[in-house]
Design a protein around this ligand. Sequence first.
Ligand SMILES: [Zn+2]
Length: 308
Amino acid sequence: MKLLDLHCDTITECFNHGRDLLDSKNNVCLRDLRTVDQWTQVFALFIPDEYRGQAAVEYFEKLMNCADMLLEKHSDLLFPITAAEHLSAVPKGKCGFIKAIEGGAALAGRLENLQMVYDRGVRMITLTWNGENELGSGAASQPDKGLSAFGKQAVKEMERLGIIADASHLSQKSFWDLCETSEKPFICTHSNSSRVCPHPRNLTDEQFKEIVRRGGLVGLNLYIDFLSNDKKGGTDEVMRHVYHMLSLGGEHIIALGTDFDGAEIDLSLNSAEKLANLWEAMLKLGLKEQTAEDIFYNNAYRFLQSHL
Ligand SMILES: [Zn+2]
């Protein structure tokens, strides 16, 4: 089983609790490299909504230093990815490591900070978290003001630099503003279907179909609250989202965005090793092996190959 996961909050767990990437208290544990054939993981540097302006930049730097410290400490197990050609060069026994920012507050409203985060290896930015920031409104922002003028400028500059925009956590208006502003395909790293599980963090069918039309990517989130309204998040619940997304033409855009170490995840699915349970469920429920491989790895790989 090959795995390309578009979202985890493991760096925050390491930073907050002084944990290590070999600590099995985390969902993402590099010991699991032994159980997967290939593993590339996007590690988000999450900026909580209470940080704005310079405080957000300083918090970002602390998380980035933590990520760089872990990369150096585990250089025998990690392989940093900042360009398309690195994707296929991840050696067996190493985990590909892609840096992302979750919460564009890290830019403190300054366009020049995009170059700074790019230079430190960031290749994806989740534009907002649930609240409003300098870039725009998030999924829980009231009123929903959409993307700000700065947010639209930032998206254009990200496209110029080669930083992928992530629409997870955006409000409805921000999402559609992003569609108007962006010229390149964008992704939703960790969001499910709101038709299957109504939640403001999930995608409507219209949103999902728009991402299909643009050749983007949607990562399935394993957080139980985004999978079902009755706090269940096993393989059956995940598969309901998969089937619905497939029915909307998502065969080539569905990926994984587990939300490991950032959400409550069913005990049957809460590590890279245990994702084999989802793999088996896919095959048992009649998905073609090719489709399972596409969801676990190929779709995200192809996208990143074209857009990193
Ligand atoms: Zn998130």
